[in-house]
Ligand binder design. Structure first.
Ligand SMILES: Cc1ncc(COP(=O)(O)O)c(C=O)c1O
Length: 413
């Protein structure tokens, strides 16, 4: 069995199967490029989180799907039926979640650099919780709140615990600076948290939660630092409660990822849930619920992008599989983050005698438009179907129309 195989993607007769169907057949039926997402895989991953909470936590869990990972309507409806909550970061995401049937009470809006217009549209959704990202945001919130007299507006505070973790400097969202020195813009500094709760209440908001999000794409090696951040969160929650703000929920954010690379260890999600549940229980907090915000974990490896090989080109000793899609329009992660890796398999012949070092080149006018650089794989032929794995998260949702190319069709199987 290959390291990347799951019940969603597997091999039969040297050809790739997606949810039990021939990848090449799906490509023929729907055309390429094509995103294929797997319902059963998403539900299985959701169940793992749900079961871990059921086993380790006395408190109910809110599994808030970070819909920025993939706001496909079918995925949203699937997760809503399964009992998920929503992490939304823009008014349009809130509106999409409502349209998919999520009640406002199950939506947490976490904005950054929020505008009056953003606040107006989220305050209009009665029952939703607004996460405060900055002490300095409160004046604006108070001003907009006047347009909603008599309405109870639930708020939580996103604090920055001073530790961040992520697979790439651009995906670290807590701490003072990211690993490349970029100042981190998110969250309220530790020393200002109580003041934000106090002022929020004074201004007539109803504080109900404390939130943190460290970053995205954790692997096994991140577990130690993540545990330290959990400990900090619990200490801060205790401080908040002692200051007279009983918390309805504590939200640990998202961050744990699927396996993108063979060489990286998988983040121990179940141990993480056990750890945070235990830390909260031991602290004797009055919090009524624990929340996490998985994006990548739920949908990352439940998605595949199928590409057709147009021709194979040789130039100065480099061999290119020239495919019918471009990274920016389909799987932009490798073009945005140099360290983002997506495994690529030839769905038409998984193994073959003539292994070659292939660069999978897209159809955009940009040297960086490569899905994978010098990957070892059987020499593709014109008409072969290549599958870019782990394409369920931050692919379609980050895709653009660069070069005026279309964004591919998506199917949920
Ligand atoms: C506030 C917040 N919560 C959750 C997530 C989801 O992260 P991931 O997809 O890594 O689980 C993000 C992503 O950046 C986020 O900004």
């Amino acid at each position: 069995m290959n390291w990347w195989e799951t019940e969603f993607v597997s091999v039969r007769g040297n050809r790739l199967q997606i949810a039990g169907r021939e990848a090449a057949e799906l490509a023929e039926l729907y055309g390429t490029p094509l995103y294929v997402y797997g319902k059963d895989r998403i539900l299985e991953l959701y169940a793992r989180l749900d079961d871990a909470f059921a086993q380790h936590s006395a408190l109910p869990a809110r599994i808030c799907y970070a819909m920025k990972a993939n706001p496909h309507r079918g995925i949203l409806r699937l997760l809503r039926k399964r009992g998920a909550w929503i992490d939304a970061v823009s008014p349009c995401e809130v509106e999409t979640a409502l349209k998919a049937g999520f009640p406002a009470e199950r939506i947490l809006f976490t904005g950054t650099s929020v505008s009056r217009a953003d606040l107006r549209s989220v305050f209009a959704v009665d029952g939703l919780t607004v996460n405060i990202d900055a002490a300095e945001q409160l004046d604006l919130m108070s001003e907009v709140k006047r347009e909603f007299p008599g309405q109870t507006i639930r708020v939580s505070v996103r604090w920055n615990p001073g530790i961040g973790r992520g697979f790439n400097a651009k995906a670290i969202t807590a701490g003072k600076r990211s690993s490349d020195g970029t100042p981190i813009k998110f969250g309220v500094e530790a020393k200002k948290v109580i003041d934000v709760f106090t002022r929020a209440r004074k201004l007539g908001f109803r504080p109900v939660g404390l939130h943190q999000h460290l970053g995205s794409g954790w692997v096994r090696e991140d577990f130690g630092k993540v545990q330290t951040a959990v400990d900090r969160m619990v200490r801060k929650a205790r401080e908040v409660e002692k200051a007279g703000f009983p918390l309805e929920f504590i939200d640990f954010g998202g961050g744990f990822g699927p396996r993108y690379l063979k060489s990286r260890g998988v983040f121990p999600v179940e141990d993480y849930i056990a750890y945070l549940s235990d830390a909260v229980a031991k602290a004797g907090l009055s919090a009524k619920a624990l929340a996490i915000e998985p994006g990548k974990y739920l949908v990352g490896d439940a998605g595949v992008l199928l590409l057709g090989v147009e021709y194979v080109k040789e130039s100065y000793g480099n061999i290119f599989a020239c495919v019918d899609g471009g990274t920016f329009n389909t799987v932009p992660r490798p073009a945005i983050y140099l360290s983002a890796h997506h495994e690529i398999v030839n769905a038409s012949r998984i193994d073959g005698e003539s292994q070659a070092r292939i660069t999978v080149a897209g159809n955009l006018c940009e040297t960086g438009d490569v899905f994978g650089r010098e990957r070892s794989m059987p020499l593709p032929r014109s008409g072969d179907i290549l599958a870019v794995l782990c394409a369920g998260a931050y692919c379609r949702s980050m895709a653009s129309n660069f070069n005026m190319r279309e964004i591919p069709r998506e199917i949920l199987v």
